[in-house]
Design a protein around this ligand. Structure first.
Ligand code: AGP
Length: 608
């Protein structure tokens, strides 16, 4: 949610930290701050709003300051304001701390510290950390940090600098990601590898309960209990294009247009035409182990949850395995029935979503086979699941997920094929599916060609303040995803519904000012869908119809028709959601909304 970055090395730290914050801004963006070591003191600057506001507060003499930490905040405890922005310090300003996560016992700690004479300057939970470090400091910064963290219950990823320890950053994690970047005569830290990849490809991921001491020449890892840790650096392969958005006005639009290539990357090397099968080596399951899977449970949040819903149709229809999808936030609290032959599939673009991570841990504890679908290589969910399939969608910067969703669904389709071929799917059916999957990128290119027409329809609809999205079968989750896209970037109320459910209540809301986006592709259930559209028309709701190819089935209901290429029911959710992403984008743009960083949202939700 919030972003952390830190640098110690020969270069001026301020420029590095500002650049890192800009790259992390998509994660949280209501305020930002930087602390720099300035001789024998710590200099801190903060601002509310975007990182450019902080950049404008460039401190005099910053070029001589070579060690610093910085933070971009998504408020949890305390309103967005300068006093609540990180870094937080002790009263004397000797210890500066940036923190991601939530300190659950902060109220007790604060009471105790205040009773001991500490004065607090913010409403945040995080501020207890520098005060605790001050309490425990006895000449060794790392020891003081470890002692402070032992007092804390909750989650944290932190970075600390102190006027008492030149050129040094201490970092630690419990439940909130920290990655260390290894440079030439410089070392760096961040909450997300995106902040580091333009400087180094060599990184070390901290595990829960570990801390690290960084100086320009050395990185030392140990546990909070002071046990040394040895870990090889990993190589990051992501390319973050230097020109950012390139010719596009927003990352969201760029990422929408990247989908043919990102899906191609997801598929690459994973289809075996001869065997009419998918090859998903990260799954690491023998044919016998696959044959023993008797149930699939997906755990995910938001768009990833919707992708999982599409997947559940695939698993039952293609693989013949009962499947259900759980809101990851509910998974561990409802005491799910997980047996040794249950395959639990956590799905997460970021691989850091707190609720999904908690579901992974619950599933691992219950002895399930856990295989994650993540985009971010080396992310916590990917690592803790032990096995899984990477999406290879490339970095997704826009808060609204687009290309990760289509890659998730594509990977789920390949997984359903693999499990299906392992049981009831014959060679011919397998071959058909392989062909369908291979064709997805070209179908997406066709959808993108429709963008000008979709833009027109979106602009003509953008006055609406309430919309319904309806679909059936695999297109029901597509309706949910379309509605989520619209509400998150345009701040307009949009609800996804199963088309048949509409008449069980929500139809009461239909009137001429409430458009209905009806997914009427040429797939089983279309006839029933046409009936549902009639029901909406009878309430004078304007219809925006998504249809396959030249199909004229909806011509009598509306002029607002979005055409996606003909495809099977399995591929239809992928092409349709791309059309709905384009619709949401131009709708929000017409309303003048902030698209890449919508209000109140964060890219990666690392609190429960
Ligand atoms: C999607 O547009 C949203 N920003 C959000 O629902 C997201 O999908 C959700 O927070 C899950 O994130 P994850 O895939 O990184 O776990």
């Amino acid at each position: 949610m919030c972003g952390i970055v830190g640098y110690t090395g020969p270069k001026p730290a301020f420029a590095f930290l500002i650049d890192g914050l800009k790259r992390l801004e998509y994660r949280g963006y209501d305020s930002a701050g930087i602390s720099l070591l300035n001789g024998d003191s710590v200099l801190t600057v903060k601002s509310i709003g975007k990182v450019v506001n902080l950049e404008a507060k460039r401190p005099t003499g910053e070029r001589k300051m070579h060690t610093g930490i910085a933070h971009t905040r998504w408020a949890t405890h305390g309103i967005p304001s300068e006093r609540n922005a990180h870094p937080h310090t002790d009263e004397k300003g000797q210890f500066a701390v940036v923190h991601n996560g939530i300190i659950e016992n902060h109220a007790d700690l604060r009471k105790r510290l205040e009773a001991a004479g500490h004065k607090f300057a913010s409403d945040t939970d995080s501020e207890v950390i520098p005060h605790l470090i001050e309490e425990f400091y006895n000449g060794d910064l790392a020891e003081a940090v470890a002692a402070a963290l032992r007092q804390i219950s909750g989650t944290y990823g932190i970075a600390v600098i102190s006027s008492k320890d030149p050129d040094t950053i201490i970092t630690a994690r419990l439940g909130s990601p920290i990655v260390i970047g290894l440079g030439k005569d410089a070392n760096m830290v961040a909450s997300d590898v995106t902040a580091l990849v333009t400087y180094t490809r060599d990184v070390i991921y901290l595990n829960d309960g570990e801390m690290a001491i960084l100086t320009p020449s050395k990185v030392e890892l140990r546990t909070l209990a002071n046990v040394p840790v040895q870990r090889q650096a990993s190589q990051v392969s992501w390319e973050i294009s230097a020109d950012g958005k390139g010719a596009y006005d927003h990352y969201m639009l760029k990422e929408i247009y990247e989908q043919p290539e990102s899906v191609e990357n997801s598929i690459r090397g994973r289809l075996n035409f001869k065997a009419a099968n998918a090859v998903l080596s990260g799954l690491n399951l023998t044919p016998r182990e696959m044959a023993q899977i008797n149930r699939i449970v997906v755990a995910a949040c938001g768009s990833s949850f919707h992708a999982g819903l599409v997947g559940s149709y695939y698993f039952e229809d293609i693989s013949g395995i009962p499947a259900s999808v759980e809101q990851a936030a509910e998974f561990r609290y409802r005491n799910p029935i997980i047996e040794p032959n249950t395959l639990v599939l956590p799905i997460s673009q970021s691989g850091e979503t707190a609720d999904t991570l908690a579901a992974v841990r619950e599933a691992v504890n219950k002895g399930a086979i856990v295989a994650s679908l993540c985009n971010v290589v080396g992310s916590t969910i990917a690592r803790e699941s032990g096995r899984g399939i990477y999406l290879h969608a490339g970095p997704e910067i826009s808060v609204a997920s687009t290309k990760a969703f289509t890659c998730q669904v594509t990977v789920l389709l390949m997984l359903a094929l693999l499990l299906g071929r392992n049981r009831r799917l014959n060679h011919e059916w397998g071959e058909n599916l392989v062909r369908e999957i291979e064709a997805i990128p070209d179908l997406l290119r066709e959808v993108l060609k429709q963008a000008p027409r979709i833009e027109q329809i979106a602009k003509a609809t953008a006055h609406a303040n309430d919309l319904f999205y309806i679909g059936r079968g695999c297109l029901y989750p597509a309706a949910l995803e379309g509605a989520l896209k619209l509400k998150e970037i345009s701040y307009v109320h949009a609800e996804g519904y199963h088309a048949a459910e509409l008449k069980h209540g929500p139809i009461a809301l239909l009137e001429p000012s409430v458009p209905v986006v009806a997914l009427c592709n040429n797939i089983p259930g279309k006839d029933k869908m046409l009936g549902n559209i009639q029901e909406c028309c009878a309430r004078k709701a304007p219809i925006i119809a998504v249809v396959s190819g030249d199909d004229d089935c909806c011509d009598k209901f509306t002029d607002s028709i979005i055409r996606v290429p003909e495809s099977s029911r399995f591929v239809a959710p992928i092409t349709t959601v791309v059309a709905l992403q384009i619709f949401a984008y131009y709708f929000a743009r017409e309303r003048g909304c902030e698209i890449d960083q919508p209000r109140n949202l964060a890219k990666s939700v690392t609190v429960e």
